[in-house]
Design a protein around this ligand. Structure first.
Ligand SMILES: CC1=C(CCC(=O)O)c2cc3nc(cc4[nH]c(cc5[nH]c(cc1n2)c(C)c5CCC(=O)O)c(CCC(=O)O)c4C)C(CCC(=O)O)=C3C
Ligand SMILES: [Fe+2]
Length: 339
């Protein structure tokens, strides 16, 4: 395939106190999330001066990727467009069109396939393209990378660093807890979110040789009447303490960098919960700009540019599809497919 740009497509986040509420209104438009929850999350952002870490993380990732692509002779300019905050996707596509980009490859900053992390990004693209009109740049999303060796090796490196912080005589008994964003059950039934997460966690724990692991969820947001993926990380921390554990490693495998969910829901809430119940809490790292992760993105680009490049995948599930089928990651089975 021939492409003339790489587009990094992300969530976006506020960059100051006055951005927080309009950002949250963008995120929650048309969603079944109570206003009290929105105001509660606004406080999480205000705690950090109204600045989400995600935008700077994307700038850092793009800078690292520019170097990586250059060093390997991949000649693609990199653009950045968000769903919920500036730079908005539609403005980026408009700029790309002005620069003569006809066909872009797209790296989405969510690892696991769900409506929020897969389909909604493709809907965002379709909507922005429709606004621009007929000669809008075409966009092809890069496949999901939950079982790419570059992602598994990166998360293994993070967990190994955490294991090394536990005294050797307590290390085998340490509880390794992987976390991902909770989603409504109605959403998880229509995608491979849980299956992919279980496979990534299994592969990372196998690579570390640490057998004591589990997958839990965080950052639940809907009304209490709606079922979401469980158990919640804080409940699990309390249960582990009751069962006599002394050390817990929390690895946010569901996030590629230290998003607000990691800084607040883990580094603040879960950490405080662990302190309350007397557990030693170690928050494991995220991929960020770790070299193996940046290399993985370059490999995913190269496999799309060159038909003879191997499609790397570890474990039992094989490389994921390059092009999403029409029913991929539906919000509900009734939800209409995007253009
Ligand atoms: C699966 C998933 C990912 C993929 C993981 C990934 O991409 O890493 C993700 C990413 C993100 N979610 C983010 C922020 C928020 N998500 C919210 C709300 C929701 N997320 C959901 C799911 C997901 N979200 C869902 C089902 C809702 C309920 C509303 C709805 O049905 O859509 C809300 C509203 C308030 C609240 O209710 O929490 C906020 C502020 C940020 C930015 C963080 C930052 O600023 O650093 C990022 C990257
Ligand atoms: Fe979210």
């Amino acid at each position: 395939m021939k492409y003339d740009a790489l587009l990094v497509q992300s969530f976006g986040g506020p960059e100051g106190p006055d951005d927080v509420i309009p950002f949250l209104e963008n995120v929650l438009r048309g969603r079944n999330v109570p206003r009290e929850r929105m105001l509660e999350v606004a406080e999480h952002y205000q705690h950090f001066g109204g600045v989400s870490p995600i935008n700077q993380q994307n700038r850092d990732l793009i800078a690292a990727l520019e170097v990586e692509l250059k060093e390997h002779g991949v000649d693609l300019p990199i653009y950045w467009g968000n769903r919920n905050w500036t730079p908005y996707l539609v403005d980026t596509l408009q700029q790309m069109k002005a620069d003569g980009v006809g066909h872009a490859l797209v790296f989405v900053t969510s690892v696991f396939s769900s409506y929020s992390g897969c389909r909604q990004y493709r809907e965002d693209t379709a909507k922005a393209q429709a606004e621009i009109g007929e000669d809008a740049p075409r966009c092809d999303k890069i496949r999901t990378y939950f079982n790419h060796p570059g992602f598994i090796e990166t998360m293994t490196e993070c967990v190994n660093e955490s294991l090394a912080q536990i005294p050797a005589e307590r290390r085998d008994a340490a509880e390794l807890v992987f976390t991902a964003h909770s989603i409504p059950l109605g959403m998880s039934e229509n995608c491979n979110y849980v299956k992919q997460l279980e496979e990534s966690c299994r592969l990372v724990s196998e690579a570390t040789g640490h057998a004591k692991w589990r997958l839990v969820y965080q950052s639940r947001s809907g009304p209490p009447t709606q079922p979401w993926l469980e158990p919640d990380v804080c409940d699990v921390i309390r249960d582990l303490a009751k069962a006599g554990a002394s050390d817990v490693i929390v690895s946010p495998i569901g996030f590629i960098s230290d998003h607000m969910e990691v800084l607040f829901d883990l580094d603040t809430e879960a950490k405080d919960t662990a302190a309350e119940v007397g557990l030693n809490f170690i928050r494991s790292g995220t991929a960020g700009v770790r070299p193996r992760f940046v290399q993985m993105i370059r490999e995913l680009i190269e496999e799309r540019l060159n038909a003879d490049q191997p499609k790397l995948a570890v474990g039992t599930m094989g490389p994921s599809h390059d092009f999403c089928p029409a029913d991929c990651c539906l919000y509900t089975p009734q939800r209409p497919r995007p253009a």
